[in-house]
Design a protein around this ligand. Structure first.
Ligand code: PLP
Length: 385
């Protein structure tokens, strides 16, 4: 039987997590640097807003496109910070960025159309495509383009049937950004080809060395994906959004009604407090903490023999080349867990671009914990060299 899920692989990091769990049950202290979510709890103003909505019995379905005041707040955010014309009508509230990606792919692509994406990249995009019978054109990227697709790479790999290109900035697993001039070149070329540009900005705001920007400043025809998961530290609430041009709103509404009915109502009420000055102050402090962690971890792993060809400017990941230490990054991750009790993610989870040479570190732990992880990795490497 040819079931459409047959080519969808579970994350390989799950093997590592399962092993870590068994070890923890045996009382072993594991340091988790494999997980893609911050260690910070959801900011208290968001919790309070959600709790009061529940106490007020506000838990009915919202409109499929989302709670109007939340859509207004998000639109205001783009208007005030980036001087854009974004309207509440352009915002679709979704079940995380995951829900947004699924709806957007369903809205703009047909079975047997193709989508271009970068490798390494976020693995679920390929799997969403497979699930919708969309073909993927995976293009290998490296330090020469900041681990991002470029207009030249897109032109080189272009073929008939490609209807959309998806980028992420900051990207998972590399933490690299795509700059506006490069994005504009890509957008202009795709416009000629009548193809859509989707930019996943789930790590938007988690940028450390430069001002935050959005692809919407290049064109409001670009589809932007975002989420409350990462910067707002609401991973488990399952809430995200996308910004779409007017012509797509009715389709997004129809798909959202059928696939999800609506995003979580208490989560949407909670998120109304996400843009308050009180919450923003908490989040900005946490961003500073993440920056300090990045600065520490980046230097520390380089001193251990990992190579990081491009400084990650955002998100909370470092994608490190471990080829001086091992020829098999998956086995390296397994051994590191077994003997040093540190969990990291093998490159195989991010596509087929030399995965055996790379591992991903998430700096989603306190600085002291990161320091302990480095001590453990150092001992492990010196024993094995
Ligand atoms: C690049 C990227 N996009 C989308 C997602 C999905 O996030 P969520 O559905 O929690 O918003 C993730 C999660 O790690 C991600 O890294």
């Amino acid at each position: 039987m040819n079931l459409r899920h047959k080519d969808i692989q579970p994350f390989h990091v799950m093997d590592i997590l399962a092993k870590a769990k068994t070890m923890q049950e045996q009382g072993i202290d594991i340091i988790h640097l494999e997980i893609g979510e911050p260690d910070f709890a959801t900011p208290e103003p968001i919790n309070k807003a959600a709790i009061s909505a529940i106490e007020d019995k506000q838990c009915f379905y919202t409109s499929s496109l989302g709670l109007k005041p939340l859509r207004e707040k998000i639109a205001e955010y783009y208007q005030q910070h980036f001087d854009l014309q974004t309207q509440a009508e352009n915002i679709v509230i979704t079940a995380g960025a995951s829900g947004a990606l699924l709806l957007v792919l369903g809205a703009i692509l047909d079975a047997n159309d193709s989508i271009m994406l970068a490798a390494p990249g976020y693995p679920c995009n390929t799997n969403f495509a497979k699930f919708l019978d969309i073909n993927t054109c995976s293009v290998e990227v490296d330090e020469t383009t900041n681990y991002q697709l470029s207009a030249d790479l897109i032109k080189q790999h272009w073929h008939d049937g490609i209807k959309a290109v998806i980028l992420a900035s900051p990207a998972n697993p590399t933490g690299t950004l795509i700059y506006s001039d490069k994005l504009r070149e890509i957008y202009q070329w795709l416009e000629q080809k009548e193809a859509t540009l989707i930019v996943d900005e789930i790590y938007h705001q988690l940028v450390y060395d430069m001002p935050v920007s959005t692809a919407l400043s290049v064109s409001e025809n670009i589809i932007v994906i975002n989420s409350f998961s990462k910067y707002y530290q609401m991973t488990g609430w399952r809430l995200g959004w996308c910004v779409v041009p007017e012509k797509l709103i009715a389709t997004m509404d129809k798909l959202s009604q059928n696939l999800f009915l609506a995003a979580s109502t208490p989560a949407q009420y909670g998120a109304l407090a996400a843009f308050s000055p009180e919450t923003q102050e908490i989040l900005q402090q946490r961003r500073e903490t993440l920056k300090q962690r990045r600065d520490f971890l980046l230097e520390a792993i380089k001193n251990l023999g990992f190579k990081v060809p491009v400084k990650p400017q955002g998100a909370f990941y470092i994608y490190a080349d471990c080829s001086l230490l091992t020829s098999d990054s998956f086995q390296f991750c397994m051994d590191l867990l077994q003997y040093a009790h540190v969990a990291i993610t093998p490159g195989i989870d991010f596509g087929s671009n030399k995965p055996e040479k790379f591992v991903r570190f998430s700096y989603t732990q306190d600085l002291l914990v990161l320091k302990e992880a480095i001590n453990r990795i150092k001992k492990f490497i010196s024993k094995n060299s």
